[in-house]
Write a new protein. Structure first.
Ligand code: PLP
Length: 432
């Protein structure tokens, strides 16, 4: 029986008709399929496998913690030692001074938490109309109810019967700071709770911030008394060549959203770094309210122990500095791709991230399928862009292999037959 699973973001009739790729093991920057093919994991899965696959030290950390205590919850006055220890470590490495840390199970959970806390904060301060959350076109903030409502990728927000699954959200163009100010003016600053932004838009197409954009939107948020939330689910823990993009761009957000790279995917964990301005009203007096939020696995002890082991690897192997070293190599490798007439734009230059945006006549989905035949596993993003975000442990030569596979695929005979003038090739919308 292999047909029971309903896969996320999948067209199940195609999957059950055989359009399925099964991964069964991994080591370093490679994964292996059920039929024994070794593939170069050019995306680190869903941008998560930062330290690479198959690390025994993480398996051992998980096993040791499970033998001691799988987990214990952290609701109310109860806590476990692993959640406390990881929070202290994150406090010490946080790009926000003197933060508090709230743990959940993943990125979508963390977005829900940040959205609820944004609204709860203003309610507590008596600014009860400040409820609208603004996000960017092309944004991806996960697929829970708030993430769906904040989505800047239209197919992720449609089909639920209203314009926004959770009411009181708005979107602005991705790289236009003036548009944010204009939207806050239009809505009324007294109605806007927060602005959420990925420092580098990931799933929406690897869209780098325009020079000065992030600094300017931060200023606008301060001018209008709107919370600024940096979604670092992809960029956090080294992907940009800095531990956090918040440091790289010298930002001062009210909250930083974390997931993926916090454990490199070895256990599900997400969380928030929360600035004093936001946490103080919940901590500073006997009358402070309880933030009525959390999940059974907030501060899951095994996930936290795995996160510690992951951070140990990142630090002891200097992987963030290594990403910075590989950054120009990736740029150079992608130059050959950028010259191809089927490529509209290559978006790269920050850390181990690149997006190859293709002209509409050439399908990113088809190109990734051709690359797979040469052993390179890539992903098409919704705007006809190919995602490149390999594990940090990738060899420099393998970056050239990725670029080479794309360049060869763009000249593939099947593509020449199927593309050219006429309608754009079908491509499967796939994202996370
Ligand atoms: N935010 C961003 C920027 C993401 O890229 C993702 C996942 O890709 C999420 C939030 C949601 O994280 P998760 O899939 O762990 O719920």
């Amino acid at each position: 029986m292999t047909n029971a699973l309903w896969q996320p973001q999948a067209h199940m009739p195609s999957v059950l008709a055989g359009d399925r790729l099964m991964i069964v093991s991994g080591e370093g920057a490679n994964v292996t399929t059920d039929d024994g093919r070794v593939l170069l994991d050019a995306t680190a899965g869903l941008w998560h496998a930062n330290i690479g696959h198959g690390r025994p030290e993480l398996a051992e950390a998980a096993a040791a913690q499970m033998r001691t205590l799988e987990t214990y919850h952290t609701f109310g006055r109860i806590v476990n030692d692993q959640a406390l220890a990881l929070a202290d470590r994150l406090e010490a490495m946080s790009p926000i001074a003197n933060p508090k840390i709230f743990f959940v199970s993943g990125g979508s959970d963390a977005i829900d938490t940040a959205a609820k806390l944004s609204r709860r904060y203003w309610q507590h301060l008596g600014q009860t109309n400040k409820r609208i959350i603004i996000s960017r076109q092309s944004a991806y903030h996960g697929l829970h109810a708030f993430g769906t409502s904040l989505a800047g990728i239209s197919f992720n927000r449609e089909g639920y019967g209203s314009e926004s699954l959770i009411p009181e959200t708005a979107r602005v163009p991705a790289n236009d700071a003036d548009a944010l100010a204009a939207e806050i003016d239009r809505l009324g600053p007294d109605r806007v709770a927060a602005f959420f932004a990925e420092p580098i838009i990931g799933t929406g197409g690897v869209i780098l911030p325009a020079p000065g954009y992030l600094q300017r939107v931060e200023e606008i948020c301060h001018e209008y008394d709107v919370l600024f939330v940096a979604d670092e689910v992809i960029t956090g823990f080294g992907r940009t060549g800095a531990m956090f993009a918040t440091e790289l761009f010298d930002l001062h957000p009210d909250m930083v959203v974390m997931a993926k790279g916090i454990t490199s995917g070895y256990a599900p964990l997400g969380g928030l770094l929360i600035a004093p301005s936001v946490w103080e009203p919940f901590f500073d007096s006997p009358d402070s309210p309880i933030f009525r939020h959390g999940v059974t696995y907030s501060g899951h002890a095994t996930a936290c122990a795995v996160a510690q082991a992951n951070l140990d690897v990142i630090e002891s192997e200097n992987l963030v500095a290594h990403v910075k070293e590989l950054e120009p190599e990736l740029v150079r490798a992608m130059e050959q791709v950028a010259k191809h007439p089927s490529v509209a734009e290559v978006r790269t230059g920050i850390g181990l991230l690149a997006g190859v945006n293709l002209i509409p006549e050439v399908s990113a989905d088809l190109i990734t399928r051709v690359c797979l035949e040469s052993g390179v596993l890539l992903r098409p993003l919704p705007d006809n862009t190919i995602q490149i975000s390999p594990p940090f442990v990738i060899e420099p030569g393998a970056l050239w292999r990725i670029a080479g596979a794309i360049a060869v695929a763009l000249d593939h005979p099947e593509l020449q037959e199927r593309s050219g003038p006429g309608p754009a090739l079908d491509h499967v919308d796939d994202d996370a």
